[in-house]
Write a protein that binds this ligand. Structure first.
Ligand SMILES: CC(C)(COP(=O)(O)OP(=O)(O)OC[C@H]1O[C@@H](n2cnc3c(N)ncnc32)[C@H](O)[C@@H]1OP(=O)(O)O)[C@@H](O)C(=O)NCCC(=O)NCCS
Length: 190
């Protein structure tokens, strides 16, 4: 499968990380603000470096960095996974997306710009059938960015996620099918 990157949107470039980008991601990935709502609240820097370096040749992880004027302002996650189902189901048809915007760059519309590009890369670039995303319900900005991109909130888990400060807390699951995405794109162009 060809990488869907690089892609430019406004003044942002989504790309497979360069060695310089990797250093920048390592510098912010473990900041407490970045991790408040992440499930992996800390990532070993060496492991992170090898995960990011492996993206260039991965066939199931199309995560990217988001750069503005050579500064990495976000990471976008795009993993190919198998959908659930009985034996014989097609494999590798689903994507899971996520993102971390670098602290100091929040509230500038970066997540809102990145989510549609992750969807486009998954549906148009990788030919996926369905893309999902999940967030802690209290992570209002994340839920908003997903909804704004047209993703359907199809799960509201009640007290189903452990959060270090909040204890057992609610979570949301979002999803979108390729057919719905295409319909939406068609509507935008009319
Ligand atoms: C959540 C996060 C990705 C949002 O990124 P961002 O670039 O600041 O988001 P945007 O500027 O595109 O804003 C998205 C929406 O949330 C709203 N928003 C932004 N900051 C907000 C805040 N602190 N509280 C409530 N809403 C907020 C915006 O107004 C916008 O809503 P709108 O479409 O109604 O205008 C960012 O805060 C982040 O990376 N946090 C740490 C990592 C994380 O939580 N990742 C997601 C895990 S699911």
């Amino acid at each position: 499968m060809h990488s869907p990157w690089p892609v430019s949107v406004g003044d942002l470039e989504l790309r497979t990380p360069t060695p310089g980008d990797i250093d920048q991601v390592v510098a912010f990935r473990n900041l407490p603000e970045a991790n408040r709502f992440m499930i992996r609240t800390s990532v070993d820097p060496d492991q992170l470096r090898s995960e990011l370096a492996a993206l260039a040749t991965s066939t199931n992880d199309y995560s990217c960095v988001v750069a503005r004027d050579e500064e990495v302002v976000a990471i976008g996650f795009l993993d190919i996974v198998d959908g659930i189902g009985q034996p014989g189901r097609p494999t590798g048809t689903e994507g899971v997306i996520g993102y971390i915007v670098r602290p100091g760059h929040w509230g500038q519309g970066i997540a809102s710009a990145v989510v549609p590009e992750l969807l486009r890369a998954g549906f148009d670039g990788l030919g996926l059938r369905r893309i999902t995303a999940a967030c802690t319900a209290a992570n209002t900005a994340s839920a908003r960015a997903l909804a704004r991109a047209g993703m359907r909130r199809e799960r509201h888990g009640i007290a189903d996620e452990w959060h270090a400060e909040l204890g057992w807390t609610d979570s949301f699951g979002f999803a979108l099918l390729a057919a719905e995405w295409r319909l939406d794109q068609g509507r935008d162009q009319r």
